[in-house]
Design a protein around this ligand. Structure first.
Ligand code: AKG
Ligand code: FE2
Length: 234
């Protein structure tokens, strides 16, 4: 599934130096294309708004009704609206097992892939990969946050980008910011690239412009170490 021609050696060095990297041409081209088609045509999307239960993907009327309120909430602090499909939950519940995204999740948790990410990051404790498919439509967004999660022991966040020919002025870029106000680096969601960064790190997905000609599709999640045992000292 991985593209043997991808430059993992350079990625490893960049990751060590900067704690983040974008790796081009991550999967074999054919697999990336089939995965993109799965996200484009087959995944049963839900719309996620922070603080609300996920609901079947909002139709244009629902969007028109609900987005102004979501923007008001976003003006006061952390907030998001985007479409997602929680692959781990679906797999656990035995839903949609024919979808290619399920095979990808199994591959991500296979011994060879886990060995690969331990080698890439130098983190020998990585032992589990989670995944959701995401779709950002025009007007959707994810405000700044750092992915810290007390129980899950997230070590790295990854985003496998699956929209073709994404234009930077469509928004939907992955921005990294420091603790003040300065931008640090921006990753354009190029087709079949893997954006990878160490957690915690402050970042956001910029508002997708109304003129974006496609949804911004990705498979994203975290590379986890063993969850902390609450009974044992940190
Ligand atoms: O899709 C991305 O580029 C980043 C997504 C993200 O930050 C998240 O889901 O926590
Ligand atoms: Fe994040």
């Amino acid at each position: 599934m991985l593209n043997p021609a991808a430059d993992f050696a350079t990625a490893r060095q960049t990751l060590q130096r900067r704690n983040r990297v974008q790796i081009a041409d991550f999967l074999l081209r054919d697999i990336a294309e089939r995965l993109a088609a799965c996200l484009y045509h087959e995944v049963p999307w839900m719309t996620a708004e922070r603080g609300q239960p996920d609901s079947p993907a909002w139709d244009p009327q629902t969007r028109q009704k609900r987005m102004p309120a979501a923007y008001r909430v976003a003006s006061t602090g952390f907030h998001f609206v985007y479409d997602r499909y929680l692959i781990v939950d679906a797999m656990r519940e035995g839903r949609d097992t024919h979808l290619l995204v399920h095979q990808v999740l199994r591959f991500f948790n296979s011994p060879p892939f886990l060995a690969f990410i331990r080698e890439l990051t130098g983190d020998s404790e990585l032992m589990m990969v989670g995944a959701q498919a995401t779709r950002y439509l025009p007007g959707q967004f994810l405000r700044v946050h750092d992915d810290r999660h007390d129980e899950e022991n997230r070590r790295y966040a990854y985003v496998l980008n699956l929209s073709r020919d994404w234009q930077p002025d469509w928004g939907g870029l992955l921005h990294f910011v420091d603790d003040g106000t300065g931008p640090q680096e921006v990753f354009v969601p190029r087709f079949n690239s893997l954006s990878l960064f160490k957690v915690p790190m402050r970042h956001y997905v910029s508002f997708v412009a109304p003129w974006a000609r496609q949804p911004r599709l990705a498979i994203t999640g975290w590379w986890h170490a063993r969850p902390r045992d609450p009974a044992s000292p940190a």
